[in-house]
Design a protein around this ligand. Structure first.
Ligand SMILES: C[S@@+](CC[C@H](N)C(=O)[O-])C[C@H]1O[C@@H](n2cnc3c(N)ncnc32)[C@H](O)[C@@H]1O
Length: 212
């Protein structure tokens, strides 16, 4: 580690590297063959809410590098798994990957086509736009994405289905929560232990879709 840190790096890169080397979840992810420490967040969400099983239609938004896909694809071996991201994702067995922008019409059409207009059992979104380093703007951008996921997702979801989306806690979460309560009877706010404590990152776990 020391020889890497001795290289000419920006101080922010050095801070990031130091944190990565010390992070127990980064170390654990390497040991257990996960592509990212994010896998532990989904393992924790599933331990608490028990939504994963076999034979499901699963849609994942913001899937790269594939840490979550590695988790659900091992359980949903007989179902259909579609993972989407703006950037490439190396192949994960049992998962179909689509490189596209979730906000585009073409992406939404491809989702409908992939599931042959059938309902989806679980929609996961761990999408996060590139940080611009301004926590207020970053938070608005991420919660805007989450709102899009809820507005699009409720129409596709099975009555017994789950929608799980990342969001940032703060003032601008209010419209996201209002809209979520309008469409769903059950709304849970979850912060996995593996989510960095200094981050405003949270997960909204929605179920009990209201009939529409
Ligand atoms: C935190 S990472 C996801 C990590 C992933 N859950 C895992 O376990 O490996 C967030 C991802 O969201 C993607 N993303 C951000 N905005 C997006 C959009 N509009 N459409 C699709 N993907 C998006 C980014 O490219 C990034 O790869």
């Amino acid at each position: 580690m020391k020889h890497i840190l001795k290289k000419k790096l920006k101080s922010s890169s050095k801070r990031w590297l130091t944190r990565q080397f010390k992070d127990v979840y980064v170390i654990k992810a390497k040991e257990e063959g996960f592509r990212s420490r994010s896998s532990f967040k989904l393992l924790e969400i599933n331990k608490k809410f028990r939504m994963l099983s076999n034979n499901l239609n699963i849609l994942e938004l913001g899937s790269s590098p594939g840490g979550w896909a590695q988790v659900y694809s091992k359980i949903n071996t007989k179902g259909k798994n579609l993972a989407i991201d703006l950037i490439n994702m190396a192949k994960v067995e049992n998962v179909n990957f689509l490189k596209n922008n979730f906000l585009s019409e073409s992406c939404k059409n491809e989702i409908h086509n992939f599931f042959e207009n059938k309902k989806i059992d679980i929609i996961f979104s761990d999408m996060a736009p590139n940080s611009i380093g301004n926590s207020v703007i970053d938070s608005i951008k991420i919660n805007h994405l989450a709102l899009e996921v809820v507005n699009f997702g409720y129409k596709l979801l099975n009555l017994g289905g789950y929608l799980i989306t990342k969001y940032f806690s703060g003032k601008d979460e209010l419209s996201l929560i209002k809209v979520s309560k309008y469409y769903f009877k059950k709304i849970n706010f979850f912060k996995p232990a593996s989510s960095r404590s200094e981050s405003k990152e949270m997960y909204l776990v929605l179920s009990g879709l209201r009939k529409n």
